[in-house]
Every structure is written in C-alpha cells, then in structure tokens.
Design a protein around this ligand. Structure first.
Ligand SMILES: [Zn+2]
Length: 389
C-alpha cells in the first residue's frame, strides 16, 4: 500500500460528474468485504462529519468509502481485478443532498462566526439529519437572525468557489478551519459570507441550496447545537409539519394561528374535568363504602373503572369497619388491579396468598398493598375465603 499514490479526487474538479473510469490499484479481502483502491474516484469518502457517497463500481454497490493518508478505499462485497479498468457511478441524488446541506452549513457557520464570533466545533451530516455545534450560546432570536441572513444568501444565488490558493495567498488569507499546511489547502469561498478550508463537494451557486431551516437547537457542551435541513429535505419537513398542523386544525376546529391557544384551552378543560372526576369518584366511593355493613369479617369488592384513587378510598373506609378490605378493579377478562387495606391483619400476608395462587404482582406495607392479578372473581373469592382476622 505504501507505494500507492494519493487517490485523484475527481469530485474536486467537478462536483456534478456522476460517472467515471478508473484503474484498480489494489484489492484486499477484509472482514467487511473487499477494500479496493482506484487510481482516481468520484466517490467522496466519509470525512469531516459527512457520510460517504453511495453508488456502484462495475455495477456492484459500494458499502462504504473511507480515506486515510489521502488514499480512498472503496468497500465492496465482491472483488475487482487489479490492473483492470472499471466503471463507477455515484448516486447523485444522495450526493446533491449532501452538497446542498454542506454548502448550507458553510453559510450558517460563516454567519455565526462573523456575527457572534463563535467557532463551528462539530458537524455531522448523516442520512436523516445535519447538526452543527458552536462554542457559544445562541438564543432563539440569534438563530432567527442567522436563519434569515442565511436564506438571504441563498436568494442572492452567489457563486461558490473552491480552489487551492498558492502558499503566499494562503498565508495572507483569513479563513475558518485554519490548517497548519502552507499549501494544498482547498478553500471554499461563498462571497462575503464565508471562507473556509474544506475538502467536500459543494453546489455551484447558493440558490441551489433552496432553503435552509434550523429545526431545533439546544445547549450542548457549553455551546449550542443546531439541527438544520436544506433543499428537498426542508420541503419534506415542511410538508410533514403542514399535514400535522392541518389535521390538528380539523380535529380542534381551529386555524393555525389559534392552534396553540386551542391546545392550551383543551389542557385547562382536561385539568378541570380531571379534578371534577376525582371529586365525584371520591363521593361515589365513600357512598359505596357507607353501604357496606359492619362486621368482624374482611370484605371483598369487585367493580370496574374505580381507578387507584377510588379503590384506595373504598379500601380505607371499609377496612375501618371490617378489619380489612380488598378492592378489585376490572382491567380485562379475568384480570384486575387491586388495593388491600387492613387495620388488623397484615395486608402483605393477604397479598402473599394471592401471589402464591395466581400470576399476581404487587407490593406495599402491612397496612396497604396494591398490585394486579390474572384470575376470575370466583377464583379470587375462593382463594381468600379462609382468611380470618
Ligand atoms: Zn466544509
């Protein structure tokens, strides 16, 4: 491998080319398939936070493309003959999406740097997402300002230029992602918006980015992480959210401007109803408990839709006059939630009887236990009939 020269990056010269011919320099079997090095390639490797290009070589889909010391390795499930000329084709839809997002990222990072003096310290462009990390805190208003300015740069349809300045020009140049190299530094310039060292393919003009929408942001490692989408991903995101909003408007009989207020009103109504139900349930359950005659024997009750609060009210009230009370609230055919309250014997002991006989779960104290059980009313009554105070 040492004798192999750096791979010629065909995407450097033309980010829009989709097909190429190259010679196979090496092909080695690895755990993941075959590592193939060509003399030149259009495949952009996984590099700088960006996922690699997809495509085929001799019709065989690549599974990964990596770069090390300037040598690009294509991972294929099948081998290629060393010395052969091969034909490669990249998935341009995937590439173009990456180009749109990467160019969008440069505009945003250039603007964040110029406006707030923060450095881009992280970038990830994957299948579903683009994230950008900055080493300072940005507010919602800051982000709105950046988003507006970034989209203004897109409307202006500025040319994006990638070149390798000579060492003298490079030395005098102010640019982001400054490298310790005196030459062979690829500089990507987007008008007055950004100058940055970068090895990735970019769109030719900013208008091709279409739109950039920052969809989320939060504090991250002392700075800010932004999630953003560009181009058709942004349109897809808008379409999905538009559908959701439209459906919610129909469900709530409202319009987009009033949707937040409608949901707040709904929440307030829900809270009021919940309080009312709790109060009514308590009265209802106390009335049920009052109807239970006093006796020396424990009491079993089977009902439904009492809820934990209702069960607790009945169990506590009845236990006062019957020593102990087990309330079973139906959750399905032969399945119940239960609460057992006891003034005299251990509720845990009663629970142990249920657990022993049935598939039951529960826990608590000697005064009160709660749980769930899978058994019929008759089976439960039968199992507990011998429990005495
Ligand atoms: Zn870049």
């Amino acid at each position: 491998m040492n004798s192999i020269k750096k791979t010629i990056k065909l995407y450097d010269a033309d980010a829009y080319a989709t097909e190429f011919e190259a010679s196979v320099l090496s092909c080695e079997k690895t755990n993941n398939g075959f590592s193939i090095v060509l003399d030149k390639t259009l495949f952009f490797p996984e590099e700088g936070g960006q996922s690699c290009d997809l495509g085929t070589i001799e019709g065989i889909p690549t599974t990964k493309v990596e770069i090390k010391d300037g040598i690009i390795t294509h991972i294929l499930p099948e081998p290629l003959q060393v010395g052969e000329k091969v034909f490669g084709r990249i998935d341009f839809a995937h590439r173009y999406r990456n180009m749109q997002h990467h160019s969008g990222e440069h505009i945003v990072s250039g603007l964040v740097c110029k406006t707030f003096g923060y450095t881009n310290v992280g970038f990830h462009l994957g299948k579903n997402d683009m994230t950008m990390d900055y080493d300072g805190e940005l507010s919602a208003l800051d982000i709105r300002v950046i988003e507006d300015a970034a989209n203004a740069a897109i409307y202006r349809n500025i040319e994006i230029i990638a070149n390798y300045p000579d060492s003298k020009t490079l030395e005098a140049l102010e640019y982001r992602s400054k490298l310790d190299l005196a030459q062979d530094v690829r500089i990507v310039t987007i008008g007055k918006y950004d100058v940055c060292a970068c090895c990735a393919p970019h769109v030719a003009r900013t208008g091709e980015i279409g739109v950039i929408k920052i969809v989320d942001f939060y504090r991250y490692k002392g700075g800010t992480r932004l999630h953003a989408v560009c181009g058709s991903d942004a349109l897809k995101d808008y379409a999905e959210k538009h559908d959701i909003t439209k459906n919610l408007n129909a469900l709530l009989s409202t319009n987009t401007e009033s949707i937040t207020d409608s949901v707040k009103n709904l929440q307030a109504e829900l809270s009021r109803l919940s309080s009312a139900i709790t109060a009514v349930t308590k009265k209802y359950c106390l009335a049920i408990a009052e109807g239970v005659p006093s006796s020396d024997e424990g009491y079993l009750m089977f009902d439904e839709q009492l809820g934990a609060g209702g069960m607790r009210v009945i169990a506590n009230a009845v236990a006062q006059k019957r020593g102990w009370c087990a309330v079973f609230d139906k959750t399905g055919k032969n399945s119940y939630n239960f609460i057992i309250a006891s003034e005299k014997i251990s509720a845990k002991m009663i629970l142990a009887t249920i657990v022993e006989k049935f598939s039951a779960r529960g826990g608590g104290s000697d005064a009160m236990v709660q749980g769930s059980v899978g058994a019929s009313e008759d089976e439960i009554r039968n199992a507990l009939k011998n429990i005495v105070i």
